[in-house]
Design a protein around this ligand. Structure first.
Ligand SMILES: [Zn+2]
Ligand SMILES: [Zn+2]
Length: 184
């Protein structure tokens, strides 16, 4: 398993379970504890997870993604840390998109993209894209059009929908809204 995919899997597992042991991670991912420790160190340096005795946590505390300025792989604009998507390719590349709009464009044309992360609009925490909730075309201007807000939590998305309108979608529905018909 390539490193980026493994990192993504780790983030998924840590987020889903609000914390996980190194032992569990080695079982799930079938790699050595040494490899897991190296991965966790890198992810911790990026502020995505926090290592604790024997394991790693996230979720209860809100960890922020680094706010590095990089350009969108689709439109070339600078990626805002609030709206950007990080996509992973089979070959181990990481491709950034300025927002969901451009992320969908990249997914549509890049057949080797496998998985990705977004940023929760309210808390700026990491959201595993397939598990996220999306507010499609709310009445707020965000990056490209159609605008889409990303949320880890359905209730947050619903609350924002009450204030700003838009259509609440899961990831599958989001793909369809952008005319993407491929597995991701
Ligand atoms: Zn873009
Ligand atoms: Zn954009």
């Amino acid at each position: 398993m390539i490193r980026e995919l493994r990192h993504q899997k780790i983030i998924e597992l840590v987020t889903q379970q609000q914390g996980i042991t190194v032992q569990e991670l080695t079982n799930y991912l079938k790699v050595s504890a040494m490899t897991i420790h190296r991965d966790l160190q890198l992810l911790e340096e990026q502020g995505i997870v926090q290592r604790v005795r024997g394991g790693v946590v996230t979720g209860t505390q809100k960890f922020k993604i680094n706010s590095q300025k990089e350009s969108c792989g689709y439109c070339g604009k600078a990626c805002s840390p609030r709206t950007r998507l990080t996509l992973f390719s089979d070959s181990g590349e990481t491709i950034l998109a300025c927002c969901v709009h451009c992320g969908m464009g990249l997914i549509q044309k890049g057949n080797d993209l496998k998985g990705g992360l977004g940023v929760d609009f309210l808390y700026e925490t990491v959201v595993d894209l397939p598990g996220g909730y999306y507010l499609f075309q709310p009445q707020i201007k965000i990056c490209c059009s159609p605008g889409v807000l990303v949320f880890a939590d359905r209730q947050d998305a619903e609350r924002m929908q009450q204030g700003f309108g838009g259509k609440l979608l899961n990831f599958e529905e989001l793909l369809k809204s952008f005319g993407v018909h491929r597995d991701f």
